[in-house]
Design a protein around this ligand. Structure first.
Ligand SMILES: [Zn+2]
Length: 313
């Protein structure tokens, strides 16, 4: 849908578009919309590429329209950064488009996408009740972001098909058009069992999926903290100047160190808990350290710390 006035930018309730370079835009998820994760839109010169398709078919459809209006080309590629629902369920709005990711992401989507939507929809009513009672909310934005997330799940019909990747990356895949090239890369799994990023060397822009979160606690429970920190070193070596996190604003390279510090803090707290012989309940009750206390999704912190504890053995 289009906004009024003289603004010709395609508009959606699910994201705000922001130009990054000529032919490169980011779609930053709105707090209340059904997008939840951020996406990238790239004009290759004869086709458009979309990085991450968002939480819902509705957001995916708006993303597709935005990409086609902004670039003037059909979408030829959708890159999935990893298999989590908020990054792939919008694939359903891109039938007959190449979905690009690793073999592992393909397997995880094929095995889990339908079941995960079913279990998410079963769990949402209880989560909404929790939210009503003031649970889950640790930072000012949490209420509206969680509510958008949960309502987005309810708005996704059961049986929604999530097309799985059909163009597989093993290390690096170069997608080249007349205007620019996009390096789709995987350094293995850090945030999830297999993570993919896109780097635009001419523009020095990186789309990182959930390998980076800015102002949000990342989800760590499906990840490997030590490998994640190493992957972030590899990202830094690519030399990106502007980085799109899975959640949070378009940022600079200093946010890589901030997230590494978050992961290191979890590891240090976990090691200290192990040395002190703390119980799971005591670990769960650990306060969020000050530098991260104001971040959204603080409700993730106890489980994140327990994941670090498991991995500290
Ligand atoms: Zn994720």
């Amino acid at each position: 849908m289009r906004g009024g006035g003289d603004d010709l930018t395609p508009r959606s309730p699910h994201f705000d578009l922001q130009p990054v370079a000529e032919g490169v835009h980011v779609a930053i998820a709105t707090d209340s919309g059904f997008g939840l994760c951020n996406s990238g839109i790239v004009d290759l010169g004869d086709a458009a590429l979309v990085f991450d398709s968002m939480l819902t078919p509705q957001a995916g459809a708006d993303l597709r329209r935005a990409a086609e209006e902004l670039t003037g080309h059909p979408v030829a590629y959708v890159v999935n950064s990893h298999y989590h629902g908020d990054h792939v369920r919008g694939n359903s709005a891109f039938p007959s488009v190449h979905i690009v990711s690793t073999r592992k992401v393909r397997e995880l989507i094929e095995e889990r996408a339908v079941k995960m939507l079913e279990s998410d929809r079963r769990e949402v009513p209880a989560e909404l009740e929790k939210l009503d009672r003031g649970g889950l909310v640790r930072a000012p934005r949490d209420r509206v972001v969680f509510e958008g997330w949960f309502r987005g799940i309810l708005a996704t019909p059961l049986g929604t098909v999530v097309p799985a990747p059909d163009l597989l990356v093993d290390g690096e895949l170069l997608l080249r058009g007349p205007k620019r090239e996009v390096h789709v890369r995987s350094f293995g799994g850090g945030h999830s069992p297999s993570d993919v990023l896109a780097f635009l060397p001419d523009d020095r822009v990186a789309f990182l999926g959930d390998l980076l979160a800015v102002g949000f606690h990342p989800g760590v429970t499906d990840g490997d903290l030590a490998k994640w920190r190493e992957i972030l070193d590899s990202v830094r070596r690519l030399g990106p100047e502007r980085l799109l996190p899975g959640h949070g604003p378009l940022s600079g390279p200093s946010e890589i160190a901030t997230l590494q510090e978050y992961l290191t803090t979890l590891q240090d707290l976990a090691s200290a808990a192990r040395r002190a012989g703390r119980t799971v309940e005591e670990i769960r009750a650990t306060p969020i350290p000050e530098p991260f206390a104001a971040w959204s999704f603080g409700a993730f912190f106890p489980a994140n710390l327990l994941r670090a504890y498991e991995q500290s053995a």
